[in-house]
Design a protein around this ligand. Structure first.
Ligand code: AMP
Length: 456
């Protein structure tokens, strides 16, 4: 089946052809004709299923008629995070290459003035996070009474992030007669309630059972000691022993852990960036771009920061912490095996409470996750990592970028990324020194690691 039977306009079809997509994904196939017929749609789909194009493509077709008026957007897309909002904006740029539409992004961390200027020019598509949208509305800079189509994306994440009251408020500010497209990966009771409030006689499109994991992802569990430094040690061994690791996202449960693990990996010479909610917007975008472009191999992230990120072709996911909510597991490992590719997701299990959380995950996904039968061998502190920090030329480029973006620099290690391999002897000392923490061996001067010849 091709895109041509869906009812999309010629301009949209040309843009789709230019991106190289041959066949619509199931959510596109099922949702697009209903969106074009002006029906409300309840889409139950995870990220990675092609749901962004499922609403972007028909919206572009519908928007070919009419124009946006100043401060009165014609369509509104709500996203839970700034990164997701930016990703949707990129989709409009890609699929809307043949259109002359004004797309505006209202997200936190970006100046009000620039956003306000865009609003005055008349907006066809407004993509926003709920808080920033309401800020603009309360300042009287925005009217929502012209919204013909409302998209609520990643609704279950909005729930997790406490945005439901904001969403309910926004629902009252847009016209009752608008068309609504509502996407969620899972259907907890609160979401069911809000769909009843928001949608009028919706078409329900479900492309995969809620909370299913992709069959092409190899899922594994690995045991570790409970202490944070023991987990970091386990993670390093896993990364060094990984087969076919192209790039990896490492998930932590807390922002603080993201920062600690990031610093530790930098100390150990890995090529790594971090992504968490405390970073300012330019730093988050820069970290993400570096990872997307393959300039760094590893991205340490928290759930909120990484939710729904569309980074095609992530080969490995590591759960440094077992997520407390089973749903998050599904979302995390959904970052790999996208667009038909295969991937590996490894979860570090440390102690009884982790085992309990894993049992809840297995119940949700309806399958048992096998244990890695071969534990990775003890950390070889001397062998250069295959996933080490970039070669000097690349590191220099990164340093240069770091200097030109002071705000970004605040989320990097102070000073350049060190190649610790270079500072160390090439041969493993016997016996290996005992370690108080994972950072210690990395900081021992080389002469202390040399074997001491014993006198007869
Ligand atoms: P999404 O679920 O919207 O995050 O999309 C996941 C990925 O699938 C994105 O990288 C899209 O570019 C890609 N994609 C979307 N639709 C198609 C399609 N029909 N064929 C191939 N790839 C697609």
């Amino acid at each position: 089946m091709s895109f041509s039977h869906l009812g999309l306009s010629d301009k949209v079809l040309a843009a789709v052809a230019a991106t190289g997509y041959k066949t619509p994904t199931p959510i596109q196939d099922q949702a697009i004709p209903h969106v074009l017929a002006r029906r409300d749609v309840l889409g139950i789909a995870q990220t990675g299923t092609g749901k962004t194009a499922a609403f972007t493509l028909p919206m572009l077709t519908l928007l070919e008629q009419g124009r946006g008026r100043a401060r009165m957007p014609r369509t509104l897309i709500l996203e839970p995070t700034r990164e997701l909002a930016a990703q949707v904006e990129q989709s409009f740029a890609k699929y809307g290459a043949n259109h002359k539409l004004n797309v505006a992004l209202l997200i936190g961390g970006v100046s009000f003035g620039d956003q306000d200027l865009k609003l005055t020019r008349g907006v066809d598509v407004l993509i926003a996070t709920p808080g920033r949208l309401l800020d603009h509305f309360e300042r009287g800079r925005l009217l929502l009474s012209g919204v013909e189509l409302l998209v609520i994306d990643e609704a279950d994440r909005m729930l997790d992030m406490g945005f439901i009251p904001d969403i309910e408020r926004i629902g009252k500010l847009v016209p009752f007669t608008r068309q609504t497209l509502f996407f969620t990966a899972t259907m907890p009771p609160e979401i069911r309630h809000i769909t009843e409030q928001f949608l009028h006689n919706p078409v329900r499109v479900e492309v995969a059972r809620p909370a299913t994991t992709v069959a092409t992802t190899t899922q594994l569990l690995v045991r570790s000691g409970r202490e944070s430094h023991e987990k970091r040690d386990t993670l390093r061994r896993l990364i060094r022993a990984a087969d076919g690791l192209k790039n990896a996202i490492i998930f932590c449960n807390r922002k603080r852990e993201v920062a600690t693990l990031y610093r530790s990996l930098v100390r150990h010479g890995f090529s790594v960036q971090a992504l968490h909610g405390d970073m300012d917007q330019p730093a988050r975008m820069a970290a993400l771009d570096e990872f997307r472009r393959g300039e760094v191999t590893l991205l340490v992230a928290s759930d909120v920061a990484a939710r729904g990120l569309n980074i095609v072709d992530v080969s490995h996911i590591y759960n440094f912490d077992v997520p407390p909510h089973p749903d998050d597991y599904v979302h995390r490992i959904g970052r790999t095996s996208r667009a038909g590719r295969s991937g590996t997701a490894i979860t570090i299990v440390a102690g009884a409470s982790d085992a309990k959380a894993v049992a809840a995950i297995e119940k949700l996904i309806g399958q048992t996750i096998p244990w890695m039968d071969k534990q990775p061998q003890p950390d070889d502190a001397i062998a250069p990592s295959r996933h080490a920090a970039p070669p000097p030329a690349q590191a220099a480029r990164q340093r240069h970028r770091g200097r030109t973006d002071a705000r970004h620099q605040s989320n990097r290690p102070t000073g350049p990324v060190r190649r610790i391999d270079d500072a160390r002897p090439r041969r493993a000392p016997q016996p290996a020194p005992a370690r108080a923490d994972d950072g210690d061996a990395a900081h021992l001067p080389a002469f202390l690691l040399r074997p001491v010849p014993l006198k007869a």
